[in-house]
Structures are given as structure tokens and as C-alpha cells.
Design a protein around this ligand. Structure first.
Ligand code: NDP
Length: 359
């Protein structure tokens, strides 16, 4: 059983050398007698920026300690059943994935079921809290989609945009980190709503992708903009109604300056801050008061009770070819450290997935 283990708690930017691959030869592909869990074969593992928060040592009070304490909705009972685990140095790292059940001690799961949810980054895992898993009923779409468009990031794009941003036709929408797992969908949802949509990304290839593949009205490479305030004024001369924020830092500061009165900002993520010892904070909050902005952070776990409705909507759009989804697929457990590190260097083009085994 090949496993990805954290060698040391991470400070600053993650490096491939912060991880190592271990082979655990003691695995038996059978659950212990009285287990209430499930034994799964992991098929697709999902590299997600939030995993970085769980890989640092928490000494004393920290903004990130509240993150690991947040619970995950139970797909089985409907109650909150699980805590996002901190990564340990002894066990494989954990994250989202798609897996096949090989053995089950839980009445709701049986051999052969396909599931998505939090699993170990290894070939085979025993999941002791299967209540946190979602059963996969629709297999006419790529299974890897349950790490992205049909899983946690896709649902975050949907709930964050429709529930938090409350968009109206014709509004002007700005999305940062717009080509990734979440951003590419927010842009397409905003176009369904008849909004004007601009995204920022870190390369020319991604700019072209936003405009030509996802149908954004415009896009720019933030790395080539000496002044983000000037850049936003170029694309939004009349200001921004809705900002779906994935980056934070200087980008969020420039966005606040360019919001229209009563605009809405959904704080989905602040990836530019995740590897800093001292997060930069926001300088322009006073402007947010003058402009009467509504700035709302959200965590997708809170919306999980509405997941099946989301699934119905988005599956029909996928089947009708009305939405596209770009994945960046790496092969094999060994590629996980590089894929994880790549998220923070903008190396992924689309949703970063790792294939561990094919169904
Ligand atoms: P992505 O697939 O977009 O991958 C991360 C991307 O962020 C990179 O490819 C890179 O793209 C960009 N990036 C990395 N570092 C920086 C930086 N310093 N400044 C600007 N851009 C940077 O990730 P996701 O779509 O999965 O996640 C997007 C955001 O949403 C993250 O902040 C994540 O934490 C958050 N999130 C929040 C959820 C919630 O429940 N609130 C749920 C899921 C995700 P580029 O080339 O454009 O720089």
C-alpha cells in the first residue's frame, strides 16, 4: 500500500521534499472483524489548496485552528459527523478522493459501491467514519469529476456564487484564480445568469482558456499588471457588482477599491496568503464601509444538505454539453507531492487530480 506521508510540518511554501512515499507492506485487504468502517481502493485523489492549512504545526491560537475544527455534513444521517483532521507526521495525508468500496462493516455501504469524500492519500484506506462519504450513483460522466465539478470545489463554486453572491442578470462579476477547480465554474455560472464576467489568472495560456473555453467576457494575467487597481479599472470602468475571491492580499485590496456601492464579495479562499508567516491583511476596509459592501466568507461544508439538488442541476448541464470542465490529471501516487506544490505555483491548468487506479 503506497502512501504519501508528511515528512515535517510545513512552514512557508510547500516543497516536494516535505513529503515522502512509503510502502506499507502490512496491509490486508480485509476489515477488522467488528469494524463499522469501510475499506476502499482509492481511484482519484484531489489536490486542494485547503490541505496546506492542515499541514502546519499549530502552536497556540491560530486562524487555522478554527478551520480544522469545522465539521463535515454526514451524507447518511444528515447530522454533522466528522471533523476535518489535521495532517499527522505518522499517517498518510488525507484529502478528498473518489474510491471503490472493497469491504464494509457499515450498513449503508457495500462492496462495489463508488464513493467520494475524505480519504487517505494512499492506494487503500480504511475509513472509520463512512458517514462523511457520498455514494456515487451516476457513472455516465468521468468519475474524476467527483473530485471537482461534481464534488467539493464544484459545489463551492455553485453555493458561493448563487447563495452568497445572489447574482442578478447583467451584473458585473470579477473572479480571481479564475481558471482553477472553482473559478472556471463560477465564470460559467455567471454567464448562465447573463452577467459580464472577467477573471484574473497567472499565465497567457489560462487567459486564452477563460476567453475561448469558458466563455468569460475578458481575462487578464495578474503577473503582468504592475498595478491591479489600474487593471481592474480597465475591465470595470463602472465598477464591480460581485467579486468571487479566491486569492486575497493585494488582489482583494484592489478589488475593494473597484466595487460599486452595495456590491457583494464572496470570500471563498485567500490562496496568496496560505504560505505566508504573517498574512498581509486588507488595507482598504474603510472603503468597504463607504461603499456599503457585503463581504461574506463561506465554507462549503455548511451547504452539503443541498448537494443532491446541485448534482441534478449540474449533471444535466454536463450531459447537454452546456458546461465544460478542465482537469489537470497527474498519474500515480508518486506524483502527489509535485501536484500539491504546483497549486501554489500556478502549475495546474484546471482542477488538479491524481489518478491512483482506474475503475
Ligand atoms: P485552483 O485549482 O484554482 O488552484 C490554485 C490556483 O491559485 C493556482 O493554479 C494559481 O493559479 C492560483 N494561485 C496560487 N498562488 C497564488 C498567488 N499567490 N496569487 C494569486 N493566485 C495564486 O484551486 P481551487 O479552485 O481548488 O481553489 C480556489 C480557492 O478556493 C482557494 O483559495 C481555495 O482555498 C478556495 N476554496 C474554498 C472553499 C470554501 O469552501 N470556501 C472550497 C474550495 C476551495 P494562477 O496561475 O491563476 O496564479
Amino acid at each position: 500500500n503506497k502512501q504519501v506521508i508528511l515528512k515535517n510540518y510545513i512552514t512557508g511554501y510547500p516543497k516536494e521534499s516535505d513529503f515522502y512515499i512509503k510502502t506499507d507492506a502490512t496491509i490486508t485487504l480485509k476489515l477488522p472483524q467488528d469494524s463499522y468502517g469501510v475499506l476502499v481502493k482509492n481511484l482519484y485523489l484531489s489536490c486542494d489548496p485547503y490541505m496546506r492549512h492542515l499541514m502546519q504545526e499549530i502552536k497556540g491560537p491560530s486562524v487555522f485552528s478554527s478551520y480544522s475544527a469545522c465539521s463535515v455534513y454526514s451524507s447518511v444521517s444528515g447530522t454533522l459527523a466528522y471533523q476535518v483532521p489535521r495532517q499527522s507526521l505518522a499517517k498518510p495525508i488525507t484529502g478528498h478522493g473518489v474510491a471503490e468500496v472493497l469491504d464494509s462493516g457499515h450498513p449503508e455501504f457495500k462492496k462495489g459501491d463508488l464513493v467520494w469524500g475524505i480519504t487517505g492519500f494512499e492506494e487503500y484506506s480504511i475509513i472509520t467514519t463512512p458517514e462523511s462519504l457520498f455514494k456515487i450513483e451516476h457513472t455516465d460522466v468521468p468519475l474524476s469529476y467527483y473530485t471537482g465539478i461534481l464534488g467539493m470545489p464544484g459545489f463551492a463554486a455553485y453555493a458561493g456564487f448563487f447563495e452568497v453572491c445572489a447574482p442578478k442578470k447583467g451584473e458585473r462579476v470579477f473572479i480571481s484564480a479564475a481558471s482553477g477547480a472553482v473559478g472556471q465554474l463560477v465564470g460559467q455560472f455567471a454567464k448562465w445568469m447573463g452577467c459580464y464576467v472577467v477573471g484574473s489568472v497567472g499565465s497567457k495560456e489560462k487567459v486564452d482558456m477563460l476567453k475561448n473555453k469558458f466563455g468569460f467576457d475578458d481575462a487578464f494575467n495578474y503577473k503582468e499588471e504592475p498595478d491591479l487597481d489600474v487593471a481592474l479599472k480597465r475591465y470595470f470602468p463602472e465598477g464591480i457588482d460581485i467579486n468571487f475571491e479566491n486569492v486575497g492580499g493585494k488582489m482583494l485590496d484592489a478589488v475593494i477599491l473597484n466595487m460599486r456601492n452595495h456590491g457583494r464579495i464572496a470570500l471563498c479562499g485567500l490562496i496568496s496568503q496560505y504560505n505566508l508567516d504573517k498574512p498581509q491583511g486588507v488595507n482598504n476596509f474603510m472603503v468597504a464601509i463607504y461603499k456599503r459592501l457585503r463581504i461574506q466568507g463561506f465554507l462549503i461544508f455548511d451547504y452539503y444538505p443541498g448537494y443532491s439538488k446541485y448534482l441534478d442541476v449540474v449533471l444535466s448541464y454536463i450531459r447537454d454539453g452546456k458546461i465544460v470542465y478542465v482537469e489537470d490529471i497527474a498519474e500515480g501516487i508518486e506524483s502527489i507531492p509535485k501536484a500539491l506544490v504546483g497549486l501554489f505555483e500556478g502549475r495546474n491548468v484546471g482542477k488538479q487530480v491524481v489518478v491512483v487506479a482506474r475503475e
